[in-house]
Write a protein that binds this ligand. Sequence first.
Ligand code: DGL
Length: 264
Amino acid sequence: MNKAPVGVFDSGLGGLSVMKAIRSLMPNEDLLYFADCAYAPYGDRSSQYIIERSESITRELLLRGVKALVVACNTATATAVNDLRSKFSLPIIGIEPAVKPAAAASKTRAIGVLATTRTLTSERYRDLVKRYAQDSIKVVSVPCPGLMECVEAGAWESLHTLSLIHKYLEPIRRANADQIVLGCTHYPFLTKQIQALAPAGITIIDPSLAVAKELRHQLSLIDGLNETDHEGSERFLISGEAENHRSVVELLWNRPVQLESIRD
Ligand code: DGL
């Protein structure tokens, strides 16, 4: 058994969708969330930039004694997870677009993937599509610049947000896809809006729970689960001025939170 906290990070607040899944599956664990708001978004940055940020955040979380790391960011997973695994020796769980279950479930033989440009142009993503969506499945990969910013601003219902979603769904609609993969951890917070603007009956896939299950599995392998009765706590570290993000963090997490600014 290990009572140390689990570290979770994202470029911003989107990774809270993954942290919610972890919290629901593992109520005893203490969770330490790092939002890299001062350096976000990652979606259109170079690989080098994302690797450097991911390493620096991992060091910051290790200083605070985390026993495992969840990269709650598809973009950072696609770009930096191999590097992190080669440099740090704790269990590292990443997240990637759920192409496999979407392809397996599709009846129309067409699926849509919403993600950042960096994720969709990564080698890791190309391999994923090659491996799980063979020739007979059409994969419509839609980069969604600007959408994470809508979530960061808490502007889920704004006209700008809704028109971006409408635009990004267009190629998915045209391809008659019956599955939409949320390939960025910010987008689950827009599920209602995406559902409302997508063709009726389409299935939206969010892999957060699968990530939480993988974390639990990895911790169980090293006898690392917190098996006490205690109610898990959360701490939120934010690069830059944390207070600027309080209202949105509380909106996303649904309760008052303690924030800490990380300045370099
Ligand atoms: N939340 C992130 C992801 O899952 C990235 C958003 C961004 O920084 O562009 O890809």
